[in-house]
Design a protein around this ligand. Structure first.
Ligand code: DDQ
Ligand code: CA
Length: 273
């Protein structure tokens, strides 16, 4: 009849409009969305360098000019050392009192800051000769990792907390619980400030968390199991975990090693998702 035809046409038109709106909103959100979910990265080895297989690496940094500074742990074997990147040769060695277990290390200006496992005691050394300048006490549970952006010190103590310390007073000025989505990431270990982020070895895994120091959010995961597994496959069965990240801010190079690893690697990240 006369009234039925326009009704059917109206229904078809209404359906078409709804469908078009739906499709265009999907297209619009695809074009404008930003994906904030953490990114995952595999790694590629660009270079490998010799590393003292007796160094129980707990702190690692690159100071320019082929120079690595490293802190080592284990009671009676703890040290701070200056190492030539290319040869792995230990050029200056400062052995620590056997009551201390060396941990995180960072360089700010002319001074190296070091923390120690299970104590709140830290040490400051002169970068030129590694002589001890100062002993300090900090407010973290104990000492695991240290890094710096050139202004504050970042610290970890094996919990899920990422601390910011004032380099003058060594007092905690900020702290954030590190979270991957809504899960706390515990056992934050060796640290490095890289391109505006804080990277952390997560003990005792093959993973490095890329952390926003503004709020503790994990913005990415780096998966490095091929390094440890490669060493073991090559017969290096006495090695301990991946630990130690160093960043060359001038040439944007990333170095990693591990405790008792005979090698130190320059790596490049490859997004896997
Ligand atoms: N940390 O790197 C996880 C902070 C410390 C690791 C300590 C490993 C223990 C080795 C054996 C200790 C002997 C007293
Ligand atoms: Ca480091």
């Amino acid at each position: 009849s006369f009234t039925k035809v326009p009704l059917l046409v109206l229904l078809v038109m209404a359906f078409a409009v709804v469908a078009l709106l739906g499709i265009s909103s999907v297209i619009w959100s695809t074009l404008t969305s930003t994906d904030h979910s953490p990114k995952f990265y595999a790694i590629q080895v660009l270079n490998e360098f010799p590393h003292d297989p007796n160094s129980f690496t707990q702190g690692l940094l690159y100071a320019g000019n082929d120079t690595i500074f490293e802190s080592t742990g284990l009671y009676g074997q703890s040290s701070v050392r200056r190492v030539a990147l290319h040869s792995g040769e230990v050029e200056v060695l400062q052995e620590m009192d056997s009551s201390y277990f060396g941990e995180g290390l960072t360089l700010l200006g002319e001074r190296l800051f070091q923390v120690t496992w299970l104590t709140k005691t830290g040490f400051i050394y002169d970068r030129n000769n590694l002589s001890k300048i100062e002993t300090f006490t900090h407010q973290m549970r104990d000492g695991w990792g240290l890094a710096t952006d050139g202004k504050v010190l970042f610290g970890s103590d094996g919990t899920s907390m990422l601390y910011q310390l004032d380099p003058q007073t060594l007092k905690v000025i900020a702290k954030h619980i590190v979270k991957y989505e809504n899960l706390e990431v515990h056992y934050l270990n060796e640290l490095e400030f890289v391109n505006g982020e804080v990277w952390a070895n997560v003990w005792p895994t093959d993973c490095i968390a890329r952390i926003s120091h503004k709020d503790g959010t994990v913005v990415g995961w780096i998966l490095l199991e091929n390094l440890r597994k490669g060493l073991i496959a090559a017969g290096q069965t006495d090695i301990d975990v991946l630990n130690g990240i160093a960043w060359d801010s001038n040439d944007n190079r990333i170095f990693v090693t591990g405790k008792l690893w005979p090698k130190l690697y320059e790596i490049k990240l490859q997004p896997v998702r």
